[in-house]
Design a binder for this molecule. Structure first.
Ligand SMILES: *Cc1c(COP(=O)(O)O)cnc(C)c1O
Length: 380
């Protein structure tokens, strides 16, 4: 039988995907050991062997998040699913939520909170800047929230938000703090217990060096209390942590089929994180970012974010006057096999975004990119 919509069904070619050098905002490159783990034969999602891996993943995630929180699991879905799990589980209709917006992902947090019926108050900073403690404190005085949400590593701007003091003022007013650590976990320090972050989530395809598909999340004691005393069920069935935790906890009750292969990949990715050690991994991300920053400035390019709060895992570079930014990205991809990204939102057309995350963060990749940019921008 023919295919009414197009070519003969048997004439589609086999996958033919080049091995790119991924230096964009994610996904980053995946360690060969992780790719191999992904091709492990499947077992059932309640197989004792899989349950053993689930427990080990939880242990390794606690290490990555630097937390003792019992409720620490990978949400089935990408970073946005973990973001939605954080909001859906902490927010009930009418709750007051303060969202700090200085980039694209802050906007997404506010949009999600609105969809769950929150009374959303926002404070904003220009894209590339960070919030001061006083700004958060002032907003909380004017309109005391139950939840404050903030992005630690704004992938749309390259700014890194300091958190320690913000956590203190949030708790002083009996609110809880949700932190987006999607582009920080495994790349820059994320210390959930020491800082006092109540809900922290991430994604696997940024600094953890895995494919996209899971969203690690950890829920602290204050947030667990909110979860267990909700007046209404969580509005999102799939992401309802009160049920999901029964699958990851002692009960092992079926809720949805865990993405087995993605969890095998995450397990291997987290083992690699532990082998390298968090401190060494943070230092590697910092060192390679500094190499990139020095090299970009030597090419007469201007970095968008001041050094004081510049994020090592994602760098924004201003597009020079008169340069076609999309053309440069196309040349990088077609002639040099390197992916970087353009700007989002307020920074669209104004910056390039260069990620040095996880397995992509190497001095060799930095030098490849700098040489390629030099050739493209400065060839006669
Ligand atoms: C990538 C990213 C997300 C969303 O993650 P997805 O895996 O794309 O769903 C959320 N927040 C930040 C800061 C990100 O960089």
């Amino acid at each position: 039988m023919g295919n009414p919509a197009g070519p003969q069904p048997t004439s589609y070619p086999a996958l033919d995907i080049p091995e790119r050098i991924l230096l964009g905002p994610g996904p980053s490159m995946v360690h060969p050991r992780v790719l191999q783990a992904m091709s492990t034969p499947l077992v059932g999602h309640l197989d004792p062997k899989f349950i053993e891996i689930m427990d080990r993943i939880q242990g390794l995630l606690r290490y990555a998040f630097q937390t003792g929180n019992p409720l620490t699991i990978p949400v089935s879905g990408t970073g946005s699913a973990a973001m939605e799990a954080a909001i859906a589980n902490m927010v009930e209709p009418g709750d007051s939520v303060l969202v700090c917006i200085n980039g694209y992902f802050g906007l997404r947090l506010a949009e999600m909170a609105r969809r769950y019926g929150a009374d959303v108050l926002t404070i904003t900073r220009p894209w590339g800047e960070v919030f001061t403690v006083a700004e958060v404190q002032q907003a909380m005085q004017a309109h005391p929230p139950k939840v404050v949400a903030i992005v630690q590593a704004e992938t749309s701007t390259g700014a890194q938000q300091p958190l320690d003091e913000i956590a203190r003022v949030v708790h002083a007013r009996s609110a809880i703090l949700i932190v987006d650590a999607v582009t920080s976990l495994g790349g820059v320090p994320v210390r959930v217990d020491e800082v006092g972050i109540d809900v922290c989530y991430s994604g696997t395809q940024k600094c953890l060096g895995c494919p996209p598909g899971l969203g690690p999340i950890t829920v602290g004691p204050r947030a667990e209390e909110i979860l267990s005393t909700r007046s209404r069920p969580v509005a999102n069935w799939y992401l309802d942590l009160t049920i999901v935790q029964k699958y990851w906890g002692k009960e092992r009750t079926y809720h949805h089929t865990a993405p087995i292969s993605s969890n095998f990949a995450l397990y291997e990715g987290l083992r690699i994180v532990a082998e390298e050690g968090l401190e060494a991994r943070w230092a590697r991300h910092r060192r390679n970012a500094e190499r990139l920053w020095t090299g970009l400035e030597a090419l007469d390019l201007t970095l968008h974010v001041p050094l004081s709060h510049r994020l090592p895992t994602l760098t924004t570079v201003r597009v020079p006057e008169g340069v076609d930014e999309a053309q440069v990205r196309r040349a990088l991809l077609e002639d040099f096999n390197i992916e970087i990204a353009g700007g989002l939102g307020e920074l669209k057309g104004k910056v390039w975004r260069i990620g040095l995350m996880g397995h992509s963060s190497t001095p060799e990749n930095v030098d490849l990119l700098l040489n390629a940019l030099d050739r493209i921008l400065h060839s006669p």
